[in-house]
Design a protein around this ligand. Structure first.
Ligand code: AHM
Ligand code: MG
Length: 334
């Protein structure tokens, strides 16, 4: 698959001019993420070997225990972005507030902000199941040269200039978009280089996989219950196959390659679902749309939502267009 000779570094440079704001800064930023991804990959891979597992003893803003690797991944990505002096602000799932990088004047003049979930699916770390990193990049809306404000972070997903994920799976991959299609790069661990392995990734228009935590079934809205029953009914090309890893990145990645739908609906115990709009759903929605897929909250486009807060949650239906549209149909009839 693809031209094995093109490295991620080369690809970033070669495609720099096709990016509409092209000034080289976005390329530097993506290179910063590429480097941090290698470091985090190294740490994730040795997780079973060293005493790095377990809970770090801190509780994050969502009230969940933080695993040590979450903390480490958070540090690595933030350090890498700050050191390269390419962003003026960062927001992370692991930080209560955004970080304004205004230690010097030059950094204040940087145009980009990054929102990141440094290690998603972290409950899977200590059982050797894939985890991922998700990132989302915007241009600031406040004037260059001033410190970033909340306004820069609370932009709708449609303003994203780039988004991507890293999946630390059977092999490690970076998949990203700058608004001109989606490309996937696989790490050759022997030499520490990412190669273009999945050019121009596309969701099949429809598929046979549905991914949802069915343990929450009784709490789901009637529309979701009905859609799940539809997926299971023996009719036409159904029943579909159920696949749920519990790592958004891995479930999404598989569904993009094979065709499928991922759902994290609202429920009677979580009125907005679980996933976060800004650093989980928006970036995945941008990638999905760039790969001919669709992302919705069950009723409307994810990337049209005006965010109200940094750690806002939102119900999420994402994947092959026809499948997401079918789920929306059931939600509308609820
Ligand atoms: P996290 O950010 O705390 O890791 O939670 C996000 C993860 C997603 O990767 C995954 O799809 C979902 O939570 C699984 O949640 P659940 O265990 O409720 O099914
Ligand atoms: Mg997460």
């Amino acid at each position: 698959m693809g031209n094995k000779n093109i490295t991620l570094g080369e690809f970033i440079i070669e495609n720099q001019s096709s990016f509409k704001y092209s000034s080289g800064e976005l390329s530097k930023l993506l290179n910063g993420i590429r480097l941090a991804a290698k470091v985090v990959n190294h740490e994730v891979n040795k997780a079973g070997l060293v005493d790095i597992l377990g809970v770090a003893g801190e509780v994050n803003i969502q009230g969940e225990d933080q695993q040590k690797l979450d903390v480490l991944a958070n540090e690595k990505f933030i350090q890498s972005l700050i050191k390269r002096e390419i962003v003026c602000g960062i927001a992370s799932e692991e930080e209560d507030n955004f970080i304004a990088i205004n230690s010097n004047d030059k950094q204040n003049r940087n145009k980009y902000i990054v929102l990141i979930d440094p290690l998603d699916g972290s409950s899977n770390i200590d059982v050797n199941v894939s985890v991922g990193t998700i990132f989302s990049i915007y241009r600031r809306v406040t004037p260059e040269g001033t410190p970033v404000t909340m306004e820069d972070f609370l932009q709708p997903g449609k303003n994203q200039v780039a988004a991507g994920y890293i999946v630390y799976g059977t092999s490690t991959m970076i998949v990203y978009t700058t608004g001109d299609g989606v490309n996937g790069f696989t790490l050759n661990p022997a030499i520490g280089t990412f190669y273009l392995s999945h050019p121009n990734m596309q969701f099949p228009e429809t598929g046979k996989i549905y991914s949802v935590n069915e343990g929450n079934y009784v709490h789901f809205p009637q529309g979701v219950k009905d859609y799940i029953k539809y997926c299971q009914r023996e009719e036409e090309d159904r029943p579909y196959t159920s696949r749920y890893i519990g790592s958004l990145v891995s479930d999404f990645h598989r569904n993009m390659i094979k065709g499928g739908i991922y759902m994290y609906p609202k429920s009677s115990i979580a009125s907005e679902g679980k996933l976060r709009l800004l650093y989980e759903c928006n970036p995945m929605a941008f990638i999905a749309e760039q790969a001919n897929g669709k992302a919705s909250d069950g009723y409307k486009r994810i990337m049209d939502i005006d965010p109200k807060e940094l750690h806002q949650r939102v119900p999420f239906f994402c994947g092959s267009t026809k499948m997401v549209e079918k789920a929306e149909e059931f939600m509308a009839n609820e």
